[in-house]
Write a protein that binds this ligand. Structure first.
Ligand code: PLP
Length: 623
């Protein structure tokens, strides 16, 4: 059942995540297939010494996403009697971690999945791979002569390399490199669309976008190739109008403009055989099925049907063969497959509530608050609400000018908090005063401190307000009673999450269970696209522990690989601190302190040992 207490999991979980009968989150790596318990998986990792934060990658989900996408296109091809085929290429910028790229290659082997690279380092990272050696290799991004030469040489290893000209200057480099190496390239053009996408990344499309060629530049490139009798090199037309396209209308508009260009080019240059519509297929992070930035108003099937139908119809009318359709769907392949597990380490404490009050003085604020507490009833609760809000301000003012002592302030605040809790309860029972309840909710909201870094693990949440589904992964049979925001370990007020999925779209807090000082794990879902690679080293929290989990045939979790998170030594090296040098500096300080008797020999040994141990330890908190 989809309800608030289950955090809308059936809406955004997309068949991969559910709540099981034990009240834990369960994962079905293959939609409709076997399921495994995420909480039990987390506990067994912790027992093995793999502490939170842990990023769990589900290889099966990647495989399932590739299968689902290919099947959707295959169905559309059959339905519309499309005479060409479909080819999926994974843009490795979405998650270039070796284990992820290899999982994509493995999971997509039967569909001959290709790869898209957007830079020289990305090309080098996959060029030597022996997986799917004859699959497509799309070379995008800004290029220099070395990038182009490498791409040409890669084709000699059997790769179906396509060099996509994004800037007009690149054609000359291709001509030069080809002549020098004696290798004929297969090239494509990336066109600049006049139509923009929708959502946050819409500026990747449109005339002001930084990528792609204007029509006059494509025409000029073709004239150059004609002059050199090389037009047979041209194989592909590509556009990309931004990631996370939230509206199907924008997909259709881009298609209309792109396919018009393709049919004209392919009519004139019959060597053309690929039409690459880029990425942009969105992910419904909030499950609202809307055009909100973190959602999408269409399904994967609708996307595939539109792409296939529009291209097929246009080619039929133009009397040209249907091209091989390529999509560079990155987010749609990778987002679902990883979950970040973090552990709550503390909660902001609200003042202890007792029914009996002993005011530390007979200050009029204190005596009035105590009598309000005694007299509060459904009849006067609205008036008392206004009074308490006023008192909250007065308490601070009186404290600042010295009319209230620290003890008196503490007592007054405690009574105010209790009154607020009781007034909110009465408002709710009366089913009235919704606005006031919201104000009281925000006053009573608590902060749950979690062992992770937003900057490292959820950069898009911090930088662009991207929504990710967040929920506890256990205790889901228990009603969550505390309204909270999440704070990370970083010393930065931005290192927090205060926007959560709700019925209305978003909510400034999330309902969590009472923190009892025992392990309470929170999962942050759909983090597999872009987050890991964009994450930064703010406060020197490095990469988290990463585990690849698969469900065995017996329904038990198996771990295919473990990538240990960064140690303090590793992140220090990254910012040019040499651990050996740090140790010798420490040695000098220790000797100096020993000499003046500030440190005992025993303390010096403890200090050295702790320092060394810490260098080798995980950057996150040991809970
Ligand atoms: N192709 C190109 C050229 C891109 O720049 C991007 C990312 O923005 C993608 C594909 C992947 O897009 P998405 O992850 O939205 O599928």
């Amino acid at each position: 059942m989809v309800n608030e207490d289950n955090y809308w999991i059936e809406r955004w979980g997309d068949g991969y995540f559910h709540v099981n009968s034990k009240g834990n989150v369960s994962v079905k790596p293959e939609r409709g297939g076997m399921e495994g318990d995420l909480y039990e998986l987390t506990c067994s990792l912790v027992q093995r010494g793999i502490e939170a934060p842990i990023l769990i990658r589900f290889n099966g989900i990647i495989q399932d996403r590739i299968r689902v996408l290919n099947e959707a296109f295959q169905r559309a091809i059959e339905e519309f009697h499309y005479r060409g085929s479909y080819q999926l290429a994974f843009p490795i910028k979405v998650n270039p971690q070796r284990h992820v790229v290899e999982t994509v290659q493995q999971g997509g082997a039967s569909f001959k999945i290709g790869l898209e690279v957007g830079s020289k380092p990305e090309l080098i990272s996959v060029m030597a791979s022996d997986k799917n050696p004859d699959s497509l290799l799309l070379c995008n991004g800004y290029k220099d002569i070395d990038y182009i030469s490498l791409a040409l040489l890669a084709s000699k290893l059997g790769r179906q390399t396509l060099i996509i000209i994004e800037q007009a200057y690149e054609l000359k480099l291709v001509l030069d490199a080809s002549e020098k190496l004696g290798i004929e390239p297969r090239i494509g053009f990336r066109m600049k669309l006049s139509n923009k996408g929708t959502g946050r990344w819409q500026s990747s499309g449109g005339e002001q976008s930084k990528f792609g060629l204007f029509s006059h530049e494509i025409v000029a490139c073709l004239e150059q190739l004609e002059a050199q009798k090389k037009t047979h090199w041209v194989k592909l037309l590509h556009y990309h109008c931004g990631s996370q396209i939230t509206s199907i209308d924008a997909v259709k508009k881009a298609l209309a403009e792109g396919v018009r260009t393709y049919t004209e080019l392919a009519s004139a240059y019959p060597s053309m055989c690929y039409f690459d519509v880029g990425g942009g297929l969105a992910v419904d992070y909030d499950g609202s099925k809307s055009v909100a930035d973190s959602s999408m108003n269409y399904s994967l099937e609708e996307y595939a049907r539109n792409v296939v139908y529009v291209i097929g119809e246009a080619c039929l009318q133009a009397g040209i063969p249907d091209p091989i359709i390529i999509t560079e769907s990155g987010r749609a392949i990778a987002a679902h497959h990883s979950v970040l597990i973090t552990e709550v380490i503390d909660v902001t404490s609200s003042p202890p509530m007792s029914e009996k009050f002993e005011p530390p003085s007979d200050h009029d604020i204190l005596t009035t608050l105590v009598s309000m507490h005694e007299e509060l009833s459904p009849d006067n609760c609205r008036e008392f609400y206004h009074d308490v809000m006023e008192f909250k301000e007065r308490i601070l003012q009186e404290f600042i000018v010295g009319n209230l002592s620290l003890k008196e302030r503490a007592f007054a605040e405690k009574v105010c908090s209790l009154l607020i809790v009781r007034i909110r309860q009465m408002f709710r029972q009366l089913s009235e005063f919704r606005e006031e309840v919201e104000v009281l909710d925000s006053i009573l909201q608590e902060t749950y401190f979690c062992n992770f870094s937003v900057f490292q693990s959820l950069p898009d949440s911090w930088a662009i307000g991207q929504l990710f589904p967040i929920m506890p992964i256990h205790r889901l049979q228990e009603k969550p009673t505390h309204r909270a925001v999440l704070a990370d370990l970083s010393c930065d007020s931005d290192g927090s999450i205060d926007c959560f999925i709700s019925q209305k779209g978003t909510n400034g807090s999330i309902k969590l269970h009472e923190y009892r000082g025992e392990p309470y794990y929170i999962g942050i879902f759909l983090t597999g696209a872009y987050q890991e690679i964009l994450g930064g080293l703010h406060n020197l929290f490095g990469d988290t522990n990463v585990v690849h989990a698969e469900l065995g045939e017996d329904g038990q979790w198996e771990f295919s690989s473990l990538v240990e998170g960064d140690t303090i030594e590793e992140v220090l090296n990254y910012v040019q601190y040499n651990p050996e040098r740090l140790l010798s500096q420490l040695h000098v300080l220790i000797e100096r302190a020993l000499k003046i008797g500030q440190l005992s020999p025993l303390e010096s040994a403890q200090l050295k040992k702790k320092f060394k141990q810490s260098l080798e330890s995980y950057t996150y908190l040991v809970v």
